[in-house]
Design a protein around this ligand. Structure first.
Ligand SMILES: *Cc1c(COP(=O)(O)O)cnc(C)c1O
Length: 395
């Protein structure tokens, strides 16, 4: 017995020493187990009820979730669906985007923002982002508009609200609808409203790592336009109207399961607290890293950035990332390849140099853990290791 304990202790210490010294910590990019511990009781209660009732599809919890999110964001229509990508596709279908239509968007985003355009037959037209917050540049949207432009998809990247005043001005002037990709921005907002309430229609994701993450895939379409809401409700169930097996349009099968909706209903009351903690973590990092040769994200004081990701920028990105990995700190690169340089979008004719700000951001951006459950000791450790990297390199 003693021998076994000794062995384990020895192996553990040896491992720690070899990999990184006495006080190494292991910090993931996101800690879903910690989140589960906090919400487990409520989730299990709802799941038990659903399983005993066997009301599995489009029941009370989908309705509850739709009502909660629609009230929270401040739009009358909220339609749950299978995932955030489908929410984008359903939004574009409801707007009638079809073969040959151009849709303007950013190349510096998750793939689904642009693939959804191509999947409904449209043509993604990329314009570059702004240096300041890596969100789409409204000035460039104006210049990209043609007779074929039928929609604009803006992305509140990393949880930071886009310049909605400017974007809505352009949308009105040209009568082109705006789709908000708010997959990373539930709860972000300013004095004029919350993300998801500005444009014609918005797509939300409940992928487990998002700020409100489910126990599987999930998504939602939000809109203040009843005409679009009505259409999306049909499109998510094969285009069926009120009469079963009568199809007014060709829709998808994209529903949210009750068990997933029920878990989200249990987690939703914590969203504000979690977002607040993300902002507090961002403030902590900005305060403690400000003298380093790093570009830090701006923290607006109106709540218009909820830090789905906390992203710093440095030319030494790859070096910093491997250093932190050795120290047990997981980081992420969002996104390593801007969409205009993806192989599948080569047919669009863009090249290296088409969008310099996005391309540089792809080489310099590094997301460090900012999840709400981070402990003070972990944040201290992350700051100490980042400072250690620059010290070691004489920077
Ligand atoms: C996650 C995400 C999506 C897609 O959501 P899924 O639920 O994974 O399909 C779309 N756009 C952005 C910006 C995202 O971060």
């Amino acid at each position: 017995m003693y021998y076994c304990e000794f062995q384990c202790l020895y192996v553990k210490n040896n491992h720690q020493l070899k990999i990184k010294g006495r006080d190494m910590m292991n910090i993931p990019m996101i800690n879903l187990k910690a989140q589960y511990r906090k919400t487990k009781k409520d989730i299990m209660k709802n799941l038990t009820e659903i399983l005993s009732e066997q009301r599995l599809i489009l029941g009370k919890y989908c309705r509850l979730l739709e009502e909660s999110i629609s009230a929270y964001v401040g739009v009358p229509e909220a339609i749950s669906c299978a995932n955030g990508t489908d929410a984008l596709i359903l939004s574009l279908m409801a707007l009638g985007i079809k073969e040959g239509d151009e849709v303007i968007t950013t190349p510096y985003t998750f793939f689904a923002t642009a693939s959804s355009i191509a999947l409904v037959g449209g043509r993604p037209v990329f314009v570059d982002v702004k240096e300041k917050d890596l969100n789409i540049d409204p000035e460039l949207i104006s210049r990209a508009i043609t007779k074929k432009t039928k929609a604009i998809i803006i992305v509140h990247l990393f949880g930071r609200l886009c310049d909605m005043d400017e974007i809505l001005k352009i949308s009105k002037a040209h009568n082109i609808p705006v789709v908000e990709d708010m997959a990373q921005a539930l709860g972000s907002g300013n004095a004029n409203g919350k993300a998801g309430s500005f444009g014609d229609i918005a797509a939300l994701s409940f992928y487990p790592t998002k700020n409100l993450g489910g126990i599987g895939e999930g998504g939602m379409v939000l809109t203040k336009r009843h005409d679009l809401g009505k259409k999306v409700r049909k499109l998510r169930v094969h285009g069926m109207g009120d009469t079963t097996y009568h199809h007014e349009m060709i829709g998808m099968n994209s529903r949210l399961d009750e068990i997933k909706a029920a878990a989200l209903v249990a987690k939703f009351p914590f969203l504000e607290e979690w977002n607040r903690k993300r902002i507090d973590n961002a403030i902590f990092y900005n305060t403690n890293l400000k003298d380093l040769p790093l570009v830090l994200p701006e923290i607006p004081d109106d709540g218009s950035h909820i830090f789905h990701h906390y992203v710093v920028r440095t030319e030494k990105r790859d070096g910093l990332q491997s250093f932190l990995k050795e120290k047990g700190i997981q980081t992420g690169i969002y996104y390593p390849i801007p969409l205009h340089l993806q192989e599948c979008f080569r047919y669009l004719g863009y090249r290296d140099g088409s969008f310099p700000i996005s391309e540089r951001a792809a080489k310099e951006s590094l997301a460090i853990p900012v999840y709400p459950e981070l402990k003070k000791t972990e944040k201290d450790y992350i700051v100490r290791m980042i400072r250690g990297y620059f010290k070691e390199h004489g920077l």
